[in-house]
Ligand binder design. Structure first.
Ligand SMILES: Cc1cc2nc3c(=O)[nH]c(=O)nc-3n(C[C@H](O)[C@H](O)[C@H](O)COP(=O)(O)OP(=O)(O)OC[C@H]3O[C@@H](n4cnc5c(N)ncnc54)[C@H](O)[C@@H]3O)c2cc1C
Ligand SMILES: Cc1cc2nc3c(=O)[nH]c(=O)nc-3n(C[C@H](O)[C@H](O)[C@H](O)COP(=O)(O)O)c2cc1C
Length: 587
């Protein structure tokens, strides 16, 4: 039951201990309880008689090889893989981190011990860099994993119908291919840290306990590509402990007659030690709309509870509605369970209004997930702006089921914050979306809408370091007059030759819709020539409405210009991607 837990009288504690623990539990949030459970599991593992967490001071003399394979889009899986590697190293494993982009199932099947961390994107799809690995693993010709012991950690978001689908598929497939499961798969929602930490401790503990001396190797064994992550985040700010950055500028970029409401924010990072690179994003820890918090309190019969109100505004996800929450709510209140799919386009407030049930404060908070952060591409370069980070934020508003809805973070940042206010942020590095190491290499940047944000950072950086490589930007939005984000800056860069080419596609300026992929197709001859000359191509922005169409258009262009059939065009684009010259940051 999603209420605050109470220890039963039968718990192995004295009565005063039970009372003391219950008084603590009654004021904890779901997030705090999840943290505690991870903490206690870790403590338990560390004290286990099997020597689960062997003392870091006395690692085994010979090391057991371990492959930690991750498939990630926005870096959560990668960060967890790094965390797992740290724990594994302390336990004396020879652990390698491998991105699914850099390995085939045949290579992975060489691993004796394999931890898989996989997130799900799109609508039940693999992260883009894991597409090939996933496809090959699921295909008929997939190799046997009989030599391999494995465990899977799935990352996802319960708000999506295909929750943790890719982790689930990989887990089942590895078992079907003969692998031995070390531990049951764990499916993580957006508050993944505590369950993931517990999974890491538990699975490594089990593996450690079950590993025989014969399996140890002195060298690092397996012939698997080893990924090195050069730059761990050193500033210490996280979603749980963010930096309070002052907003020093807050400007609306779209015109008053625009259908979108996009703002440029400048944040001061002074004193934070946050050292971002172009391509990185900032995590923003938002607050909810206080009016929505009040409506929820009112609907649950809890109006006037000020402590609860601040939890709803600051810490809990009061908008997302998942099937599981509906089921928990109906079990708790006896309300009728609505038909499957009822939750689509609806939020917590719709459920409370429809059911008209009174809840206790603990029942309400027990139903809600922790408020997740949102990510925003950094639109600046430190070499150009110093201790600042610039963001480009589109305020999200829409109507569904007769209610006006507002995006939590984007409206918090654009409508409820002003210059002079502070915003809770932390750095989200994106080591896979970097400018070419060679400053002479040309870049093609495709970034419609807010997808253009990182490319402003790229150009600032290329200007600051005096990179000689050519720069081509492809931008798109709805109207030339109202939506041309950073227009003057691009034009200045065009004038001074920093930007060699700017192609635009404004979808609503003519009767037939024109998008960036149309601009790309029209420029196919030059685009192919740039690629042939070694240009790196970047795509940022909307995953579903844009990146898929751009990808399909790139394949068409390569087929058309290179005289390839479909398969050969795909192989060509794959080769460019493997060469690190087709990079996407899409959301
Ligand atoms: C790596 C990365 C970089 C990003 N960079 C940027 C950036 O530079 N600028 C930027 O503005 N955003 C960026 N985003 C997106 C950003 O993180 C947020 O997702 C976005 O601002 C919306 O968040 P929100 O809290 O305002 O909306 P939320 O409260 O999270 O609401 C979004 C949800 O509303 C629902 N929804 C949205 N539209 C509709 C509709 N028409 N009908 C029904 N339901 C709907 C969907 O369920 C959707 O998931 C980035 C995302 C990632 C992952
Ligand atoms: C555009 C988008 C689509 C997503 N689609 C799904 C999905 O279909 N199923 C799911 O369980 N999670 C989905 N998620 C949630 C991610 O899996 C989750 O944020 C995860 O922690 C990301 O891990 P990563 O950073 O390692 O990629 C989606 C997230 C975004 C932003």
């Amino acid at each position: 039951m999603p209420t605050s837990p109470q220890l039963p009288r039968s718990a192995p504690f004295a009565e005063d201990q039970i009372a003391a623990l219950n008084s603590v539990f009654s004021v904890t949030t779901a997030e705090q309880r999840a943290w505690l459970s991870g903490f206690l599991a870790g403590m338990q593992a560390a004290n286990a008689p099997q020597g689960v967490a062997a003392s870091p001071a006395a690692p085994p003399a010979r090391k057991v090889p371990l492959t930690i394979l991750f498939g990630t889009e926005s870096g959560n899986g990668e960060a967890l893989a790094m965390q797992a590697r740290k724990v594994a190293a302390k336990l004396g494993f020879a652990a390698k981190l491998v991105d699914m982009a850099d390995i085939t199932p045949t290579q992975a099947a060489e691993a004796r011990n394999l931890l898989v961390i996989a997130s799900t994107w799109g609508e039940g799809d693999p992260p883009q860099r894991a597409v090939d690995f996933h496809e090959a693993l699921m295909a008929d010709g997939a190799p046997s994993f009989e030599k391999t012991r494995f465990g899977v950690l799935a990352l996802g978001d319960r708000a999506y119908a295909q929750f943790c689908e890719i982790g689930r598929q990989m887990d089942e497939r590895l078992a079907a291919l003969g692998g031995t499961r070390i531990a049951d798969r764990v499916d993580c929602d957006l508050d993944y840290e505590a369950p993931a930490g517990t999974w890491i401790d538990a699975i490594l503990g089990k593996l450690n306990a079950e590993t025989t001396a014969d399996e140890a190797v002195t060298d690092e064994g397996a012939s698997i590509i080893h990924v090195d992550f050069a730059r761990p985040v050193a500033d210490g700010f996280t979603r749980a402990k963010p930096f309070q950055a002052e907003i020093t500028a807050h400007v609306r970029l779209t015109g008053s007659r625009s259908t979108s409401d996009t703002h440029h924010l400048e944040l001061s990072l002074e004193g934070s030690g946050i050292e971002y690179e172009p391509g990185d994003a900032l995590g923003v820890v938002p607050h909810n709309d206080p009016a929505l918090a009040d409506a929820i309190l009112g609907a649950a019969g809890l109006a006037g509870d000020t402590a609860l109100r601040s939890s709803l505004v600051e810490r809990l996800d009061i908008t997302t509605l998942t099937r599981k929450q509906i089921e928990d709510f109906c079990q708790l209140t006896g309300a009728r369970v609505p038909e499957a799919g009822w939750e689509t386009g609806r939020q917590v407030i719709d459920l409370l209004d429809a059911a008209a049930q009174r809840l206790t404060g603990a029942q309400l908070t027990g139903l809600l997930r922790p408020l997740p952060p949102r990510y925003y591409s950094i639109a600046s370069s430190r070499k150009s702006v110093g201790e600042e980070a610039h963001l480009l934020v589109a305020g999200l508003r829409y109507t569904s089921h007769g209610r006006d809805r507002a995006g939590v973070a984007s409206i918090d940042m654009t409508a409820r914050h002003r210059a002079g206010d502070r915003l809770n942020v932390f750095l989200r590095p994106n080591t896979h979306f970097r400018l070419p190491a060679d400053p002479n290499r040309a870049v093609i940047m495709i970034g419609p809408g807010t997808g253009v944000a990182p490319f402003r950072g790229f150009l600032q950086e290329r200007e600051a370091v005096g990179a000689a490589g050519k720069n081509w930007l492809v931008f798109g939005h709805r109207n030339y007059l109202h939506d041309f984000l950073y227009q003057l800056e691009w034009q200045d860069w065009l004038k001074d030759g920093r930007l060699n080419r700017l192609d635009v596609a404004f979808s609503r300026d003519q009767p037939a819709k024109r998008y960036v992929q149309h601009a790309l197709w029209e420029s196919r001859h030059d685009l192919y020539a740039w690629l042939k000359d070694g240009a790196a191509l970047y795509v940022c922005g909307d995953m579903n409405a844009m990146a898929k169409d751009v990808h399909a258009t790139l394949l068409r262009i390569i087929a058309d210009q290179g005289n390839f059939d479909e398969a050969a065009a795909k192989a060509e684009l794959d080769a460019i991607r493997r060469d690190g010259r087709y990079l996407r940051d899409v959301y």
